[in-house]
Design a protein around this ligand. Structure first.
Ligand code: SAH
Length: 261
């Protein structure tokens, strides 16, 4: 079943009107036929199974058959605060983070980030990154379109991320897995989780100090140094599987609601 995102205002009663570039995509690329079923999401968490009613030049009209109750979102809202990486790596990170269920990706201008974005370049990049998130959401049949936030300073990212129920700060010089185990044991369904990953150069001493002072407990991801694009995705993968199992009630988590033991 092909998947489309529409804005809530494109849904009127039992009819959905697909407009814009999606029309051409549906007609020319997917070669949709009348009567064919589609999965249509309003981007805010509601999904509908629909049937194509009419294929016009500027509009594809579909009738809602039923609301799709199967929730395709992870039961925790994860934000990846990613130190700005070099070249096009952010694109890969966004694409994969969306597949792995992240709710939001926020680029962070850390001390050792080599890439500096000025106003105009940032605007163009953000547009491109948001489009990648949308495509990823469609491809992986998400119910919500993850948001790519504006570039934050490290300080602002800490302030914002600090409001999450849990903050996992990946620090390559942290030794041992005891801290990782302790922090992961705090993961619960229904939580907001912030993940911090440094750029290629890692976090500076000053940044790690700030993070500690803000109450974050840096964690290790093991004895190997992962590339910046690998680190966030590795953490997300672990959280994704645990949260998925938790939503099916088959984790070995503790009775206190923790999903890691
Ligand atoms: N330049 C650094 C490596 C930075 S890796 C060095 O050579 O030492 C980029 C980011 O990925 C880090 O800032 C950290 O957030 C994360 N990362 C990579 N490997 C990690 C590990 N083993 N444990 C925790 N975080 C890690």
């Amino acid at each position: 079943m092909h998947h489309f995102f529409v804005k809530p205002e494109q849904i009127e009663g039992r009819l959905v009107r697909i407009t814009g570039p999606d029309v051409n995509h549906g007609r020319q690329v997917l070669r949709l036929k009348e009567g064919e079923n589609l999965l249509i999401s309003d981007g805010a968490g509601r999904d509908y199974v629909c049937a194509v009613k009419a294929l016009e030049k500027d509009c594809i009209t579909a009738g809602i058959l039923r609301e799709d109750e199967e929730n395709r979102e992870l039961p925790a809202a994860i934000t990846l605060y990613q130190g700005l990486p070099k070249q096009d790596k952010m694109e890969l990170i966004i694409q994969k983070a969306v597949e792995l269920g992240a709710a939001r990706i926020v680029p962070v201008a850390t001390e050792y980030a080599v890439v500096k974005l000025d106003g105009r370049r940032e605007e163009a990049k953000l547009k491109r990154w948001q489009a990648i998130a949308e495509n990823g959401a469609r491809q992986s049949k998400r119910s919500r379109i993850p948001q790519v936030g504006e570039v934050r300073t490290f300080k602002d990212a800490l302030l914002e991320g600090g409001k999450a129920g849990l903050c996992l700060f990946a620090y390559e010089h942290e030794e041992g897995m005891a801290g990782t185990k302790r922090e992961l044991a705090k993961v619960r369904a229904g939580q907001e989780i912030a993940l911090f990953v440094g750029p290629e150069g890692g976090f500076s001493q000053a940044e790690v100090k700030m993070a500690r002072e803000a109450g974050f407990a840096p964690i290790s991801l093991g004895k190997r140094i992962l590339r910046t694009e690998t680190a966030g995705l590795a953490l997300l993968s672990v959280l994704m599987l645990k949260l998925e199992m938790c939503s099916e009630g088959c984790t070995d988590g503790g009775e206190d609601g923790s999903i890691f033991r």
